[in-house]
Design a binder for this molecule. Structure first.
Ligand SMILES: NC(=O)c1ccc[n+]([C@@H]2O[C@H](COP(=O)([O-])OP(=O)(O)OC[C@H]3O[C@@H](n4cnc5c(N)ncnc54)[C@H](OP(=O)(O)O)[C@@H]3O)[C@@H](O)[C@H]2O)c1
Length: 279
């Protein structure tokens, strides 16, 4: 299959290398020269030449402003533009219109992997936008990562991508606070993390699908632990951090939401009910 790639940063190069290895005929372009060396792809001097070369054009650059800059002078008639650049749902929806006005079909993708994972079983790419385009290229794109199509609204892939990152940042925030607490007593952060924290987090994560069902049902009754118990626990936690000389900065926003929910009279509900304070 003929596939073009615009943007040869760390991710673009991993995409190009993997598609070449899978046997595709890959044409590449990058703003700065010299990035195509060693990829085994055909390098061209302009973005327009790269778009001309293939019916599927993948763009992976810094942000959507760069995407528009790269594409501003090219024709996209009979082309599928797959944008694997990180962005917001609103940007993806706007770009759908922009690409359609230039005669192209738009697919958005959210890469849930680092470059080293591209082409390995652990990699996932979320897609949304033109379903016919996705179906036409699903098999070829399978060489990059496990594909998951979310729907015709192009904003869905960035929305789900950002939701996945949100879950990740929350987990990182908890890990960093916990590690700082252990380090405050010169404990082994490595031993704590591998032997205690990770198994505990895995067990907690296993309960979340049940929370998801409760959230969708608006049913926040709990037989595990109510908000008032957690509010008191959080006061202890924050004071313990202060006693140890550790800043609880990443925990404080959660304490604030917990306090508001209890103050609103919902102390008997479960932790999943905090979502009501976020809507
Ligand atoms: N790396 C990851 O782990 C990862 C994971 C998931 C998603 N992503 C997403 O993939 C995209 C690329 O990331 P990356 O890691 O490859 O970044 P990177 O290594 O910093 O590369 C950035 C690329 O964007 C190009 N670029 C920037 N501004 C441009 C402009 N105005 N016009 C034309 N080209 C421009 C750069 O070209 P020059 O070489 O000329 O500077 C380069 O090819 C980002 O949206 C990122 O969020 C990355």
């Amino acid at each position: 299959m003929r596939i073009s790639i615009l943007g040869l940063g760390l991710m673009g190069r991993a995409l190009a290398r993997t598609l070449v290895k899978a046997g595709h005929s890959v044409t590449v372009w990058n703003r700065t020269e010299g990035k195509a060396d060693g990829l085994g792809a055909t390098s061209v001097a302009t973005a327009a030449e790269a778009v001309e070369a293939s019916p599927l054009v993948i763009v992976c650059v810094l942000d959507y402003a760069a995407v528009r800059e790269v594409l501003c002078s090219v024709q996209l008639a009979d082309r599928v533009l797959l944008n694997l650049t990180n962005g917001r749902p609103a940007e993806a929806r706007e770009l759908t219109e922009w690409v359609a006005a230039r005669g192209g079909d738009y697919l958005d993708g959210g890469i849930m992997a680092v470059p080293q994972m591209i082409g390995t079983p652990g990699a996932l790419i979320l897609y949304s936008g033109s379903q016919p385009a996705f179906e036409r290229y699903e098999e070829a794109l399978g060489a990059l990562a496990r594909p998951r199509y979310l729907g015709a609204d192009a904003g869905l892939a960035p929305l789900y991508d950002l939701a996945m990152l949100t879950g990740m940042y929350g987990q990182i925030a908890g890990f960093l606070e916990a590690a700082a607490l252990i380090a405050s007593e010169k404990g082994s952060v490595t031993e704590f993390t591998t032997e205690l924290l990770v198994p505990w987090l895995n067990a907690m994560a296993a309960a979340q699908p049940r929370w998801a069902v409760d959230i969708e049902a608006g049913d926040y009754a709990t037989d595990v632990s109510n908000l008032e118990v957690n509010r008191v626990g959080m006061v202890n936690l924050v004071r313990a951090f202060e006693d140890q000389g550790v800043k609880p900065d990443l925990l404080l926003p959660m304490q604030d939401v917990l306090d508001r929910r209890v103050a609103a009279g919902h102390g008997a509900q479960g932790l999943s009910s905090l979502i009501e304070e976020l809507r």
